[in-house]
Design a protein around this ligand. Structure first.
Ligand code: UVW
Length: 318
């Protein structure tokens, strides 16, 4: 018989925490590491003027990869030229016609920022907020404070797929902070304190290849928890982890059997913002071409009152 997965409370009992570091009312955590100094330094990385919006397409006819319990966004057309021909169409002076539509979407479907309070264990969210503050909507550590401040800084792409000489990482494939350091060294880019870390796996290519079968035995590749990895993220004062996978980390830890350990160790405990499901293909091709893996990064999720996450189209400029 296999051992049951340990409880996160036990697994992370000695793990580093940033609770209280920015005061009892803080709701943006390690994003506090990004101030004017980091913004100005990041602006100095703009050299060619090439712009890369890295959001995935909402309503992509090829499909939208989402976490298994979620559904892709549905866009509905409400007004178009055919509507304006009907008798009950609204009428405006001067012959005005226009198109209207709406989307019904999970706030964490497609490319998104997680709120720091999005995941928890032991009844406490980021900064020690009571988990009951999530009932009916997030009263603490929602996505709103992240949206209100925005995220701007130096980012570094770590192309783990190219580093491992693959088109894409495979299901359940893991990597560590030591792999990130080795990947940066191979790419010739320096990893600095307070960098926004952007990791490419190209794993979601499999979703577009397999369709619904992608969700059979779902286990994404990604960072794997270890106390050393969490300490490295804490020591490096990483403000934001951005990846092209749905959940930024290996779905279920192959050693402990625990799901989404790093959501808790990095986001809940250290206050590191998570950005998921970005599309890095054009950016990565450009980086492979010019050998420049550092760049200016700016993002602000949509301002959603009490939201546990929100869609975003981060902009990278080289
Ligand atoms: C969960 O935490 C379940 O999902 P996400 O990938 O949006 O963080």
């Amino acid at each position: 018989m296999t051992n049951p997965a340990p409880d996160l409370t036990d697994l992370l009992k000695d793990a580093p925490s940033n609770w209280g570091k920015w005061g009892p009312e803080d709701e943006v955590g390690s994003l506090n590491y990004l101030g004017p100094e980091q913004v100005i330094a990041a602006a100095g990385l703009i050299r060619t003027g090439k712009v890369f919006p890295i959001q995935r397409l909402i309503g992509d006819p090829k499909g939208d990869p989402v976490w298994p319990s979620r559904k892709p966004a549905v866009r509905t057309q409400l007004l178009d030229e055919s509507t304006w021909d009907s008798d009950d169409a609204p009428a405006f002076p001067g012959g005005l016609h226009y198109a209207d539509d709406k989307i019904e979407a999970f706030l964490q479907g497609s490319t998104q920022y997680d709120a720091l309070g999005h995941v928890w264990y032991g009844g406490k969210l980021w900064n020690g907020y009571d988990a009951r503050t999530t009932v009916g909507g997030m009263d603490k550590a929602s996505v709103r404070p992240i949206a209100d401040r925005g995220v701007v800084g130096r980012a570094v792409l770590l192309d783990m797929a190219r580093y491992r000489d693959k088109d894409a990482l495979g299901s359940a494939e893991t990597y560590t902070h030591e792999d990130l350091i080795a990947c940066a060294a191979q790419q010739g880019v320096e990893l600095r304190k307070r960098d926004i870390i952007v990791i490419r796996t190209n794993y979601l290519a499999l979703f577009f290849e397999l369709g619904d079968a992608f969700y059979d035995d779902f286990c994404e590749p990604g960072l794997q928890y270890s106390p050393e990895l969490v300490q490295w993220f804490a020591d490096m004062e990483i403000p934001n982890l951005v990846t092209d996978t749905i959940a930024n980390e290996v779905t279920t830890d192959p050693d402990t059997g625990v799901a989404l350990t790093l959501h808790n160790a990095l986001m809940r405990n250290l206050g590191i913002a998570f950005t998921e499901i970005v599309d890095l293909e054009q950016l990565a091709a450009d980086c492979a071409d010019d050998g420049v893996y550092e760049f200016f990064y700016a993002a602000a999720p949509l301002k959603v009152h009490r939201g546990s996450g929100a869609p975003v189209n981060p902009i990278v400029i080289k």
